[in-house]
Design a protein around this ligand. Structure first.
Ligand code: FES
Length: 105
């Protein structure tokens, strides 16, 4: 089964199986990582599902839309590899994706 490698805000690492079609946010929260708050439930309006993606894997992901860009720009912790995990759809092609949960604003 395809999977991602996740690091949480305290540096703990985990390997999580992917279910194709689920969002990355759902993948992380379903695995029990409650430091990804995802307050708006995936409506792209809170930015509490902020993650960092391994720089070398960014090109594998879908393009960011304007709403995602705008929300991320408001974060004190935005980096070049920032994404909102609710906006990323899982697929087997993302096997091995390395993801780190960003600190909460
Ligand atoms: S869960 Fe709110 S923006 Fe992603």
């Amino acid at each position: 089964m395809a999977h991602i490698y996740l690091t949480d805000t305290e540096g703990r690492e985990a390997t999580i199986d992917i279910i194709a079609g689920n969002s990355l946010m759902q993948t992380i929260t379903d695995a029990g990582f409650d430091d990804l708050l995802a307050i708006c439930g995936g409506m792209c309006s809170c930015a509490t599902c902020h993650v960092y993606i391994d720089e070398g894997q960014l090109a594998q992901l879908s393009q960011m839309n304007e709403d995602e860009q705008e929300l991320l720009s408001l974060s004190d912790y935005q980096q070049d590899n920032s994404r909102l995990s609710c906006q990323l759809r899982m697929s087997d092609a993302l096997d091995g994706l390395r993801v780190t949960i960003a600190p909460a604003d």
